[in-house]
Ligand binder design. Sequence first.
Ligand SMILES: [Zn+2]
Length: 325
Amino acid sequence: MISLTRRSLLTGTAAVTATALTSIAPARAAAPSIGKQAPGFYRYKIGDFEVTQISDGALRIPLPDGYAQNVSKDEVLAALEAAYMPKGLLINPFNPMVVNTGPKLVLIDTGMGAGFAPTVGLLPTNMAAAGIDPKQIDIVIVSHLHRDHMNGIRNAEGGLAFPNAEIMVPAVDWAFWMSDENMSKAPEGMMKQFFQLTRKIFAGLSDKVTRFEWGKEIAPGITALDTRGHTPGHTSFAVASGSGRLLVQSDVTNIPELFLRNPDWHVIFDIDPIQAAQTRRKFYDMASAEKALIAGFHFPFPALGHVEKDGNGYRLVPVAWSAAP
Ligand SMILES: [Zn+2]
């Protein structure tokens, strides 16, 4: 019999009977620390579709200045602390996903790609661990043309990471990022780099890239939804099979601990922050009313859950992990 009181929990001196003590005496082997995580993939079913969330890793960085543009850094630091993140640090995860629709194997978003940081660009490793061969991917859908979503199209050598896949991008984002006029008007720094990167990643591929429109089924059971704001062509997806339905929010919110709880905060990457905030509320009012299952690219792995209204914002209720899809 073990008796736990607040005091015993705090002091670590739970009273344990003599019999129990002998049966739970720990082995004293000095095992070395291993220092690695298990591969990050998680499977579940949406109707007849098998979906695999695949971790591309996470960045753990000191909170950059201006990460939320319309509130003070202290307010953001307080929100991170309230979410129990390590003091002063922001943890931002990246979660592409594979949808096996039966006729087509579809990858949605591709992660940071090689060479950015050791803790990201893990999609190829984790995809291999999940038993998915990159050559099997029929379609790569990119939700919007930001580095963390498109860079994984290319492997470390600069070749195509998914050599047999059709690449699909939002028509509106393609027009925006590929416009020389927009690039010349872009301020130096982050925005200019985004334009340059888009050109680098898609160099020589414009004939292979399909530009998709909102409101259409662009792959079996996968419909593109207009969630503009974060970028002009930012797209979410409804995945439907039988009675199963999943909303893939892409970047309607950046990390939920900040921007789902505070939907009117403007993440530094939102190109039209007012529109992005309106989209965020519209999307999450709809999703919470529907009690929809939601995959979020920047949600904590496995990046899947439901969202409820909470005060002036929303809260994420992550799915319970299941050993069987
Ligand atoms: Zn993103």
